[in-house]
Design a protein around this ligand. Structure first.
Ligand code: UDP
Length: 243
């Protein structure tokens, strides 16, 4: 079942159900796209029509952020819980370490994707890592990267180029790759690599992960205005449909 928040559709499912659904994509002929929008991304979709269209084309859209769950209180179909993208990605990696499917890491500053891949190889010794590439390349390099993904026969590609670049990149190339799953993972590769620490459990539990990241990286402050605008827009539509 899907719930729309300010025009963006979300799957109203648990982490467990999201993992099952994602794993089912591995049986398909086509590429399954997974996105994990937060309120900042929903706000961008209000003014970037291409981004909104790309989000709508995803096969699995999980609510990454307590703000989305909160906003769903104003809709008919409430979203019962947040599903952090990083947890879905970790759960997927754990699953494929038993099935033999392969994963390619794309994104982050030079060195991050390879460090993330190495750390995941340590964490899940049986996982099949089939390649990595940093995320600071030009559009002119797209074809080469896609060819590398295909040569490596990647089943899953984790794409951490920041939004909206990663979503648009996935959408643009999904039909050119052999991958069965492409996931927009944002800053998760930084966390996997060990260069960035995820918020401690208590912050996660209280839905304050965004606050922890802001405190550690004050340069993110400007981005938080999108959150304020999101809250104002949702409240102004209170009682009306959030579609
Ligand atoms: N990034 C990248 N290429 C770019 C821009 C960003 O690989 O052209 C990476 C950046 O290094 C970081 C990630 O994309 O690893 C975005 O992280 P951020 O924490 O901003 O993402 P969020 O999780 O908030 O979407």
């Amino acid at each position: 079942m899907r719930t729309k928040i300010l025009g963006v559709s979300f799957d109203n499912i648990t982490l467990h159900q999201a993992v099952e659904k994602a794993m089912s994509f591995l049986q398909n002929e086509t590429t399954g796209i997974i996105f994990t929008p937060n309120p900042e991304m929903v706000m961008l979709a209000q003014r970037d029509a291409e981004f909104a269209e790309v989000l709508a084309a995803a096969d699995l859209v999980i609510p990454d952020g307590i703000g989305i769950v909160w906003a769903s209180r104003f809709t008919d179909a409430k979203i019962s819980q947040r599903v952090p993208g990083i947890e879905l990605t970790l759960a997927l990696l754990e699953k494929i370490s038993h099935t033999g499917h392969s994963v390619y890491f794309l994104g982050g500053a030079p060195g991050v994707a390879s460090a993330a891949a190495a750390k995941m190889q340590e964490k899940f010794p049986n996982i099949k890592v089939c390649g990595d590439h940093h995320g600071y390349f030009d559009n002119a390099d797209d074809a080469e990267i896609v060819a590398e993904i295909n040569a490596a026969k990647a089943d899953i590609v984790l794409v951490g180029l920041g939004f909206p670049r990663q979503e648009k990149w996935i959408f643009r190339h999904k039909e050119h790759t052999c991958a069965k799953i492409m996931v927009g993972v944002g800053g998760s590769l930084d966390v996997f690599s060990g260069r960035v620490r995820r918020a401690p459990g208590l912050f996660q539990k209280l839905g304050l992960e965004w606050f922890y990241r802001l405190a550690r990286q004050p340069s993110r402050l400007l981005r938080q205005f999108a959150l304020v605008k999101f809250v104002m827009l949702v409240v102004s539509k209170k009682g009306r449909n959030l579609e």
